[in-house]
Design a protein around this ligand. Sequence first.
Ligand code: HEC
Length: 175
Amino acid sequence: MFLFMKKAALSILFIGGVFVVAVVIWGVVWGKDAIRLLKAGGYIQYNVAEATELAHKKCAQCHSIDKTAKYCMRCGPPFVVVVHNMKTFIAQQKNKLAGLEDIKDGEAVAITQVWNALVGNWEDTWRKEDLTKLLDNDTPLLKLMNTPVKERWIEVALKGKSAAGADITIMKPIK
Ligand code: HEC
């Protein structure tokens, strides 16, 4: 009887142990995924390095990074609009181009700040009403556009890192 109880206790301990290990592994695997999803969704901010890498990865899918690095005030609307347009464009291409990765809300907010800082931000040379119209109910990017630059901390952190997008080391696409 005593031996049986000891065995039972041991197996309960063993099963309990396996259970705990399983939960921990599950937590680690899912936790990473959860953080990735929370960041992409805009609930947690990207850090500066992640944002920079993301900008290079997502924006080199169809054309070279040069197109972005050489974009300028004379070329067209500010990046907040460009990123909105590219995001919309990707959503339309999604079924046609295999392997194309979309740009999620949180990603768009981070990517816009990266290009604003590295290439240029000329939002203040445009009328707010025009930008609002061009952003077409893109709530996260509208919110960014209405955030003072000094409160956009990715943009602030990267500011001055590259003169007009000419910094080769930063501009090298990360594949
Ligand atoms: C699905 C493919 C695709 C992706 C991904 C993409 N672009 Fe584009 N991009 C285009 C196309 C198509 C054009 C317009 C045609 C052209 O100028 O070659 C364009 C044009 C541009 C232009 C020039 C616009 C102009 O008025 O001259 C800029 C700047 C630009 N993209 C930046 C970006 C940025 C920044 C990203 C990442 C957020 C990005 N692109 C991601 C397809 C893409």
